[in-house]
Design a protein around this ligand. Structure first.
Ligand code: PMP
Ligand code: GLU
Length: 376
């Protein structure tokens, strides 16, 4: 066999997906495994969203769509951004993608050149660095304070003459932290002063508990340098639909659209009609799911603290980030082997010594999981 791509060989597999695959395999083999490894709402997609997709299928919305997505959805997204996120965009500053992940990949391809550096704030979700690598760029990591998970002015020291983009993810996967206004102002000041782009991944914006989500692009002069990433997976329990989007200045969207045209063409046409119904319909379903995640968080965090663990703030998303003594990879392996409990080691997110425990699962599973952690 001839040699394969060195670029791809250098990229790590997705730890979140690999561990959840391993848990699924164990479950298929009849093991009573509890998976707290993947960040995926356990709720069904709300019925009115499914109905809109089925109607679209029946109407014959089964053909190619415009490559940036169906115009009605781009308009609905532009209205949502203006109404909820505090900055103005036109529909042609929106691209609908195959999940937020695809939007992140396309944004990096659209903006970065080889040797450009992307600054990632650790702990960070597993796919930012590989997307930067796929674009030929270089990822640099800057640790957030492990006490507060906020940004301080040491971020400035991490900026080099090669830095072109900063990746910001609030609410954060994996820490559950929500960046406060002071952190966002600091990031904005640095990006303006050093002419940097920001990729602001706001996919967990709806899942905040007693905190306010602020969009980076709403800060003065930030919309012109921010690519806002969002999607339907987390807020509407639509992970399998693969619909996400990016909002950015027109030249960036045009570049992303070229990537899209030559790779996926556009996301699935009838799935986009479901996403349209999600935005146009009532939002009570989102709030009901948020409240249920909050209830689980309010159980899990004190339960883990009761077992002696230190946890990150858990103000958003659906992850408890738990400090452990010793090798997080070995501990995660032993929890899986001895307690049939799948969690993701912090090493995968650039912070060894932590475990990510997803509470996007039933209360019964969480109670059973806490019992198993106590025993293991
Ligand atoms: N960003 C973050 C921080 C995530 O946790 C996820 C979850 N997979 C994504 C992006 C991608 O979401 P999607 O399912 O829309 O691709
Ligand atoms: N974002 C989720 C997680 O972190 C889903 C898996 C993935 O796409 O990484 O578990």
């Amino acid at each position: 066999m001839r040699d394969l791509s060195e670029k791809i060989a250098a990229i790590a597999p997705s730890a979140t997906i690999e561990i959840s695959n391993a848990a699924k395999r164990m479950a298929q083999e009849g093991v009573d495994v509890i998976s707290l490894s993947i960040g995926e709402p356990d709720f069904d997609t709300p019925a009115h969203i499914k109905d809109a997709c089925i109607d679209a299928l029946r109407r014959g919305e089964t053909h190619y769509a415009p490559s940036a997505g169906i115009p009605a959805l781009a308009s609905a997204i532009a209205e949502k951004i203006a109404g909820e996120n505090g900055f103005a965009v036109q529909p042609d500053e929106v691209i609908v993608t195959c999940g937020a992940k695809d939007a992140i990949y396309e944004a990096m391809e659209a903006v970065l050149n080889p040797t450009d550096e992307v600054l990632i704030l650790d702990p960070a979700w597993v796919s930012y660095e590989p997307c930067a690598q796929l674009a030929g760029a270089v990822a640099r990591h800057h640790p957030l304070s492990p006490e507060t998970f906020q940004v301080d002015d040491t971020l400035l020291e991490a900026v080099s003459s090669r830095t072109k983009m900063v990746v910001v993810n609030s609410p954060s996967n994996p820490s559950g932290a929500v960046l406060d206004a002071a952190s966002l102002r600091l990031i904005a000041d640095i990006c303006r002063d050093h002419d940097l782009y920001v990729l602001s991944d706001e996919i967990y914006e709806k899942l905040v508990y007693g905190k306010e989500h602020i969009s980076l692009a709403s800060l003065p002069e930030m919309a012109e340098r921010t690519i806002t990433i969002n999607g339907f997976s987390k807020a509407y329990a639509m992970t399998g639909w693969r619909i996400g989007y990016a909002v950015a200045p027109r030249p960036i969207i045009r570049q992303m659209e070229k990537v899209q045209q030559h790779t996926i063409s556009h996301p699935t046409t009838f799935a986009m009609f479901g996403a349209l119904a999600a935005l146009r319909g009532g939002q009570d379903c989102v709030e009901a799911m948020r409240r249920e995640f909050e209830r689980r968080r309010d159980y899990l965090i004190p339960a883990l603290k009761g077992l002696g663990y230190t946890t990150a703030p858990a103000d958003g998303a659906f992850y408890a980030y738990v400090r452990v003594d010793g090798d997080d990879m070995a501990i995660a392996r032993s929890w899986l082997r001895d307690a049939h409990l799948a969690v993701t080691p912090g090493t995968a997110f650039g912070t060894p010594g932590w475990l990510r425990v997803s509470y996007a699962t039933s209360m019964e599973n969480l109670e059973e999981a806490v019992g198993r952690i106590a025993r293991v």
